[in-house]
Design a protein around this ligand. Structure first.
Ligand code: DGT
Ligand code: CA
Ligand code: CA
Length: 603
């Protein structure tokens, strides 16, 4: 049975689309991604010609410099990376909003089966076998088969694989059977729905609320609040969208639908003057709302989804904006990611709520790939001009070092890149270019190249990309060994998790954070939605200990530089102390801090 051990990961960059990518393009990329995913299930491997063709086409569509919907089938076919049959499918989508082949595959592989294929250790071949021999169609069936010890007798499986699968289900939080959607899947659907709803003539404004607005890593259902003059025409248009596959409930002001991916969406339409109250209510969390209601009751008011109201006079005290409602309760507006009843109301009452990081305060991005990495999709020049346009005063280019089998870069190419950066530095007088790389942390904590060569970089990220299944003691030792290297500035995506798909490596966080402090190594907050790594508990503990953090995008395409907004929101949810975030520091301070470990060695 295949496991994660030793297998370098594939790029997961497709999931966190940036807003710079147009709607149509995004939809087509998503359709191609799904075609690749379902075709892999159909053909029993993710390495087949057809799967690759869809993946290549997805990248080609992403890289197009014209709008995809202006292209004729003949023009599409001429685009490098798009073959004839894929071009036809794209045209089919542009004309009809659906792809026949995709619909057939969806019927053959319902969401339950797709979810199975995302369990670590279950490749397309295994899913096929489980379906054919044991009738396993979803996670629940898988749990049943594991409990009955039926899987160990299948060819290609054994007792060990049963144990691994059980552990994976527990660590992914899938053992309870509650179906939740990873934030990276929910966010593009939410953003697209909100954009389309906003364009409807009756609509004043629309926003996603619920756990997604609070930045939960998995989403039970989407909650969208719409301020509009009438609900019925909004609902009519919504149910007609190709994205919507089933209507669950339709009332006067509430609509619940299922989207293609099996994600439930609850839409409420309210009068524009009720928007604040409705957003507050439907953003939650429930526990936060209950605390607010108690504060309201102490004043003889009630708080519901329509308004903050005086109980005696039945007159609204506030309802138009969230700010007005909080203010009436003597509270500052509390950002949604903090609304989890983890002390935010008490802190706000004391006037001691966290000082949130504003996106435009970020001074640099410190984990960025170019086409030099096998999986990077934007050229250096493009990356530099986009980063500079964001107003960054420093930037680290960090392509993969050589040990990452598929995507790694040999020494000579990195030296050429360094020379190139030195040459183009003068074109970016306001942005210091740091030459860095992303080192791979091997199973024993070994790193790429040799120490002298590593010390030649201005900035090194070190990260785990394989051997995700080792025992805790070994994982901990491995990461700490990397931290002890004088060239390593930061540990990238600490746990290596892919939310909903791959659990993080098992680490002794106390030991790791203690070593971070002792070795003056930062911990990365990786802003990619599929990762959001380090996890909240780690970041909260890092705050208590005063560990230095950096917020980076791990961009493999210029559009992904925009992921910084997710990183900043994740930092807020983790109550990150902005004074400990190194890429908020002014350039001189940052650059001198980045060099301290190297200097300490020289002394
Ligand atoms: P989810 O969907 O499981 O990821 O989590 P939420 O927080 O989005 O929960 P959901 O969709 O059931 O409800 C959305 C918000 O509506 C929730 O965060 C708070 C509010 N809400 C729902 N039901 C209740 C309730 O019974 N009492 C109160 N106070 N608020 C509620
Ligand atoms: Ca929800
Ligand atoms: Ca809901």
């Amino acid at each position: 049975m295949a496991t994660d051990v030793g297998k370098p990961e594939m790029c997961a960059c497709f999931l966190g689309y940036a807003p710079g990518v147009s709607n149509r393009r995004r939809e087509i990329m998503e359709a191609l991604r799904e075609l690749a995913e379902l075709t892999a299930l159909d053909e029993g491997s993710s390495q087949t010609f057809r799967v690759r063709a869809y993946e290549n086409a997805m990248r080609a569509v992403e890289s197009l410099d014209t709008d995809v919907d202006t292209l004729t089938p003949a023009q599409l076919m001429k685009v490098k990376g798009i073959g004839k049959s894929t071009a036809q499918k794209i045209s089919e989508y542009l004309q009809s909003g659906r792809i026949d082949k995709l619909e057939k595959l969806r019927a053959k592989y319902p969401p339950g089966v797709v979810a199975l294929s995302q369990v670590p250790g279950l490749g397309p071949k295994h899913v096929k076998k489980l379906r054919e021999e044991l009738g396993v169609q979803n996670i629940e069936d898988l749990r049943g088969a594991l409990d009955a010890q039926a899987i160990r007798h299948l060819e290609g499986f054994g007792e060990k694989s049963e144990e691994k699968l059980k552990r994976a289900l527990v660590r992914l939080g899938l053992e309870t059977g509650e179906k939740r959607t990873a934030i990276a899947r929910a966010m593009p659907i939410a953003e697209r729905l909100v954009r389309e709803i906003e364009q409807m003539p009756e609509v004043v404004s629309a926003a996603y609320c619920g756990s997604l607005r609070r930045m939960s890593e998995t989403i039970g259902d989407l909650d969208i609040v719409v301020a509009a003059s009438a609900a019925a025409p909004v609902f009519d248009r919504l149910v007609a969208m190709p994205l919507v596959t089933e209507v669950l409930v339709r009332g006067d002001t509430k609509l619940s639908v299922l989207t293609q991916k099996g994600l439930q969406v609850d839409v409420r339409v309210v009068a524009p003057e009720q928007l604040g109250a409705a957003m507050l209510y439907f953003t939650g969390s429930k526990a936060h709302n209950i605390k607010l209601r108690q504060l309201a009751m102490q004043r003889g008011w009630i708080l519901n989804e329509y308004a903050l109201e005086d109980t005696a006079t039945k007159r609204p005290v506030a309802s138009l904006t969230e700010e007005a409602i909080y203010a009436a309760l003597d509270l500052p507006w509390i950002p949604a990611p903090l609304r989890e009843d983890t002390g935010e109301i008490e802190r706000a009452l004391e006037g001691a709520l966290i000082d949130p990081i504003e996106l435009d305060e970020m001074r640099g991005d410190l984990h960025v790939h170019t086409t030099l990495s096998g999986d990077g999709r934007s050229a250096l020049e493009q990356v530099l001009s986009h980063a500079s346009a964001r107003g960054y005063t420093y930037l680290a280019i960090t392509d993969h070092a050589e040990n990452l089998a598929i995507n790694g870069v040999p020494r000579s190419a990195l030296l050429e890149q360094r020379a190139e950066l030195e040459r183009v530095q003068e074109n970016y007088p306001d942005m210091r270019l740091l030459h860095g790389c992303e080192l791979n942390i091997g199973p024993e904590g070994d790193l790429d190249y040799d120490q002298d060569f590593r010390l030649g970089f201005d900035w090194c990220v070190a990260a785990v990309h394989s051997h995700f299944d080792l025992p805790r003691a070994q994982q901990t030792k491995r990461v700490i060994k990397a931290m002890q290297d004088p060239a390593v500035n930061v540990i990238g995506h600490l746990s290596g998790r892919m939310i909903g798909k791959r659990p993080g490596i098992d680490l002794d966080i106390e030991e790791v954070l203690a070593a971070a402090l002792e070795t003056n190594t930062a911990i990365e907050l990786n802003s990619a939605l599929p990762r959001l790594d380090a996890a909240l508990d780690v970041l909260r503990r890092a705050r208590e200990l005063g560990v230095t953090l950096v917020i980076s995008t791990d961009a493999h395409h210029v559009d992904e530089l925009d992921r910084m907004r997710w990183g900043v929101r994740w930092a807020l949810r983790a109550w990150v102390d902005k004074r400990r975030v190194a890429n908020l520091w002014p350039r001189e301070r940052f650059v001198s801090w980045a060099a301290t470990k190297r200097h300490a060695l020289a002394l």
